[in-house]
Structures are given as C-alpha cells and as structure tokens.
Design a protein around this ligand. Structure first.
Ligand code: GMT
Length: 376
C-alpha cells in the first residue's frame, strides 16, 4: 500500500507512535509518506520506502494565525497526486483529521479517491477537542473519517461519550513497543552518573504538561526518599517544569533530583531505572509506561483511565486514584525495598509488553484495518 501519515513531528506520544508505525509499515513493504511541518523527531536516518514532505506555511502580514491546516490539506492533495496514495492516516484529530477531510474533498472533485483513517490519541479527545472552539470540528472530522481508531478502550468510550459520535464504528488498536529497542540488557547503564552513590533510580518522563501532575511525581518521590536511598531523574520539558523545580525545593530535595530536559535516548535511560512514576490526571494509554514495562521497570501510576489497560495493577506495577501520591509513595517504597516483589513485577512487565504490545503483533492490526477501509 501507499500510505500517507499526517502527524505532529515533535516530542509527544502521537508523533512518536505515528513515526514508529510508519517505519514499521515501510519495513513490511509499504511505501510511507510522512507529511508534517518538520521532520518527525524519530525519523533520523534514511530508510527505504520512507519519504518526508514538509508543509510550508507562507508568512503574510495579514496572517496573525498562519492557516497550517489549509497548507497541510494542499500538501496531502499534492502528495496523493504525485505518489498515488491509497490511504491518509491522520494522527491526532486536530487539525489532521479536518485537513485530511478537506484534501479528500478536493481530490474527489478531480476524480481521485483517497481514504482517510484517523487515530485519536488522547488530549485531542479528552482536553483540546472538548474546548468549545474545537468540539464541533473534532466531531465532524471524526465522523467523516473513513475509519477511526483509538489507542485504548477508555479513549473509545470517551469519544462516544464526549462527542456523541453515532455514525462512527471505532476500532481499538493499542500502542506498541519494539522489544528489541526497549530492552534493559542491551545498554550500558548510566546508573553510576545518575546515582553515583548507588541510590535507586526513580524516573519520570513526560512533556511536563498539567495533565502529567509533576507535583505528584515529586510528592511521591519525597515519600519514597524518607526511607529509601534514591534519586529522582526527570526527563522531558514543558510548561510545568518550573513548578516541578519549586516543589523539589519545597521538599528540600534539590540534591536528590536531576532534571535532564528533552532527550531522545529514552530506551537507554529506562534501562537504568528501578521505578517509573506516571501520576497523570488521565492517560488515554501511557506509551512511556509501556516502554518502561518493556524495559523491565515497574510502574506506579493512576487508575481510572487508559493506563489501567497497559499496567496490570498488582502485577506489573501499582495504580492509585489521581492525586493520592502518598499511596504511590508507599507502593514505590515497597517495590524498592522488596527485591522479590521488584523482580516479579519487572519480569511480568516485560512479558506483558512483549506478549500483548509488541510491534509485530499490533502493526498488522493497522494493515488489516486499512484493507477493510479500502474495501468498504
Ligand atoms: O500528552 C501527551 O503525552 C502527548 C499526547 C500526544 O498525543 O502527543 O499523548 C497522548 O497520546 C499518546 C500516544 O498515543 C498516549 O500514550 C498518551 O497517553 C496520550 N496522552 C494523554 O492521554 C494525556
């Protein structure tokens, strides 16, 4: 198949999933065309059958808000005409699904049929899409997609609830991981640098948005630190980073916490971790928790959203209600002080990641879905 992928190129779950999916599809013999305003950050080297098409938005004094969605729709049309795309896979509804619909309509006028598959990732449905400025267009573009997937059952149900989508039959296809990359035995751990005194390494990786509740990461770590010699490694950056620093100072933990900023070497870093904390308000899936599990790192996080479909509570980690960082501290302390419990959860996490979420189990589900949509 010839597949176009419209996605965000930046750090963040949807861009990472879109890029990894495209690369996996190319390895399986498909021709893949990424369409975005910059080269996707995980697309670093030349790959056979993989192409990148940049969307350029001209600057014009009248444009206080440059119309990216229009330029994207035009570029999707252009790539379809030039390369004969069969499918355009839009990742994250806003604005990709709407731009894809515009491109589809323009092409139809020329007698060219392009099918659109939209994958909803999370905040496009649970936060941004529900803003009154975007609700109607999100609902419209979801309903007008030829096929729609969500990364969890939680997100599918949330889409039906929040958007009252009646015409749409949503398929759940979970996120995936490459177990050969997320494998702690593969890397020389930087533990000696991150925790020079041999302390346990507690890790958090995110885009530091409000929904991640980085204050609870620090709160849970403060609880763990009372009885465990440990260091907190914070990876990523975003609007709540300054608040996280303030919390670290407030707890008097400045010497025990290191902020590494944005780094791409997530697999390498996870290979040093003893515990992963993800206390988010909600996660439609929690890709980074899956990557931690594949790396043999038990996860302590929140119940009540898609994370519960990834982390098996009591088996591969512990889940607690949102905001209960004291319970998270207790679970984290248990894990870090009981080697038998830790090993059991580390092994179970790796097994669950490989059995249920390995790339070569999940990617064929997209191929089957594309085929269904093309034949519909
Ligand atoms: O908030 C983020 O972490 C970024 C966001 C995105 O779309 O870039 O992530 C969402 O998509 C990821 C990939 O499908 C999921 O693993 C995350 O759970 C989801 N984030 C939230 O639901 C908050």
């Amino acid at each position: 198949m010839k597949i176009g992928i419209a996605c965000y190129p930046t750090y963040g779950g949807s861009g990472a999933v879109a890029t990894e999916l495209g690369l996996q599809l190319a390895e399986r013999g498909h021709e893949v065309h990424f369409i975005s305003y910059a080269q996707p950050f995980r697309l670093t080297t030349f790959r056979d059958r993989v192409f990148f098409h940049e969307v350029e938005v001209p600057h014009y004094p009248l444009f206080e808000y440059p119309p990216y969605s229009l330029a994207l729709a035009v570029q999707v049309g252009e790539v379809t005409r030039q390369h004969g795309l069969d499918i355009l896979h839009a990742h994250y509804a806003i604005p990709h699904a709407a731009a894809a619909w515009m491109a589809e309509q323009m092409l139809l006028d020329e007698g060219i049929e392009l099918k659109v598959v939209t994958t909803l990732h999370g905040t496009d449905i649970t936060l941004v899409g529900q803003d009154p400025s975007f609700w109607a267009i999100t609902r419209f573009s979801v309903e007008r997609s030829d096929g729609v997937t969500t990364v969890s059952e939680y997100l599918r149900d949330e889409t039906y609830r929040a958007f009252r989508c009646r015409r749409t039959d949503i398929r759940v296809i979970p996120n995936f991981v490459d177990p050969a990359i997320f494998d702690r035995s593969k890397y020389d751990c930087h533990g000696a640098t991150l925790a020079p005194g041999g302390e346990k390494i507690v890790m958090h990786i995110s885009n530091f948005r409000k929904v991640k509740r980085v204050g609870d990461v620090v709160g849970a770590f403060a609880g763990i630190r009372k009885s465990v010699s440990a260091r907190l490694v914070m990876v990523g950056d975003g609007p709540e980073r300054a608040y996280a620093h303030e919390e670290v100072e407030r707890y008097g933990l400045t010497d025990d916490v290191v902020f590494l900023g944005k780094l791409e070497s997530v697999a390498e870093l996870l290979s040093c971790a003893d515990l992963f904390l993800l206390p988010s308000e909600q996660e439609s899936f929690g890709l980074v928790a899956l990557e931690a599990m594949a790396s043999g790192v038990p996860v302590v996080g929140t119940s009540g959203s898609g994370l519960a479909e990834v982390v098996e509570d009591g088996v591969t980690g512990f889940l607690h209600p949102v905001g209960d960082f004291e319970a998270m501290a207790e679970s984290g302390t248990r894990l870090l002080t009981d080697p038998v419990l830790w090993t059991g959860m580390s092994v179970a996490g790796r097994e669950r990641a490989v059995d249920l979420f390995r790339a070569d189990r999940v990617v064929p589900q997209y191929e089957e879905f594309y085929a269904e949509v093309l034949n519909s």
